[in-house]
Design a protein around this ligand. Structure first.
Ligand code: NAD
Length: 356
């Protein structure tokens, strides 16, 4: 089957990482690139072998040689570009965070309902196949944990260092949706939704968020006006309680820790390739014997490069095999609904019910 032909919209930092997806000779090639910065568009065109570079993203949509688009612009542009792409008959892989609110997802879904044959995915699925995700998903689905009652999910990424230069949109909640909660949190929640399957039915949340840098005496740059920490208790329909915490911008090391606990067993893991706790460690009491820990093999070896391009590979295979990608609009509806509730809870300091 011929490869899927992509138009790339947005040729900034992440597009450079993603260029490899279009040159590895599998299911995806790039034919056109658009960026308001023509030099950037030309650079990514040269890296991917695309023959067309321009400043007009709508020209990519009008190009009959384009089957699918990869949208890699700042988040506040994703909704408009996704809707226009679907209306132009293109499949879509959109960078994360997909949009800013659940209402935005609903708008996109209304358009997608008119073109249901087109495939959509969001790059929040980046970690679905990395390392342990599939093993964890199987353990949950096949009942090896018994009744799953608790998940502890804590990830801390390095601070944006004083003096670091960030694109302006990253520090603007209206353009970025949030800070670390949106930047990395969407990966966490997409991973949890993928691994937990039907257990991931958030119903009640209580959240707090804050940022550390503006609290320093001299507002050490970068003075982020978006959140640097979001912590939440998320209670699901079946009673499962998820403690989720995402932090950045603090003076301390990275930390990655995920614990699943059920009545018959539990496991510890880390969803980021090359985290400090690689692999998946399954724990269970065997009768009256001591707790036994078994390290289970990973379905795929942890590898950042594969992780980065996973969503493009997944979308292309979904198009060629006529199946759904591992992250759908329905997944994004749930995740953005959860975000709406988390942000409202943090703002009001009240528990909030998550809308369906
Ligand atoms: N940087 C990363 O490591 C990284 C990793 C994963 C995901 N992402 C996500 O990818 C998206 C882009 O992030 P980035 O870091 O590449 O940002 P960036 O600012 O480096 O690049 C964005 C690009 O979009 C272009 N652009 C802006 N408006 C445009 C328009 N109207 N038409 C065409 N091009 C336009 C800009 O000129 C810029 O080149 C964000 O949603 C981000 O969360 C980034």
């Amino acid at each position: 089957m011929p490869p899927v032909r992509y138009g790339i919209i947005g040729a900034g930092a992440i597009a450079q990482y993603m260029a490899r997806a279009f040159t590895e000779g599998r299911d995806s090639v790039a034919v056109a690139v658009a960026d308001v910065n023509l030099e950037a568009a030309r650079r990514i065109a040269a890296e991917t072998g695309a023959t067309n570079a321009c400043i007009y993203w709508r020209a990519v949509l009008a190009n009959p040689a384009v089957d699918a688009v990869y949208i890699a612009t700042p988040p506040f542009l994703h909704k408009e570009m996704t809707i226009a792409a679907l209306q132009a008959g293109k499949h879509v892989c959109c960078e994360k965070p997909f949009v800013l609110t659940q209402a935005d997802v609903r708008e996109v879904m209304a358009v997608h309902a008119t073109v249901p044959h087109l495939k959509f995915t969001c790059n929040a699925s980046r970690f679905h196949e990395s390392g342990v995700a599939r093993t964890a998903r199987e353990l949950v689905a096949n009942g090896k944990l018994g009744r799953l009652y608790r998940v502890h999910f804590e990830h801390v990424t390095a601070a944006a260092k004083p003096g670091a230069v960030l694109p302006a949109w990253r520090n603007d909640p209206a353009k970025n949706g949030g800070g670390i909660s949106f930047d990395w949190g969407v990966y966490d929640l997409a991973w949890l939704a993928y691994v937990l399957g039907g257990h991931f039915r958030p119903r009640t949340v209580f959240a707090t968020l804050d940022n550390y840098f503006p609290l320093t005496a001299e507002r050490v740059p970068p003075c982020l006006d978006v959140d640097g920490r979001l912590a939440a208790e998320i209670i699901c329909d079946d009673g499962l309680t998820i403690h989720w915490e995402r932090r950045a911008s603090e003076h301390g090391p990275d930390r990655h820790n995920i614990e699943f606990r059920g009545t018959a067993g539990g496991f510890d893991t880390c969803f980021v390739p090359m985290g400090e706790k690689p692999g998946l460690h399954f724990h269970a009491f065997e009768g009256a014997a001591d707790l036994k820990t078994t390290t289970l093999p990973e379905a795929t070896p942890p590898n950042w490069d594969d992780t980065m391009v996973y969503s493009i590979r997944d979308l292309s295979r979904a198009i060629l095999e006529d199946r759904q990608p591992s992250n759908t609009l329905a997944d994004n509806l749930r995740i953005h609904g959860l975000f709406d509730a988390l942000l409202e809870s943090a703002r009001t300091r009240q528990a909030v019910t998550v809308a369906d």
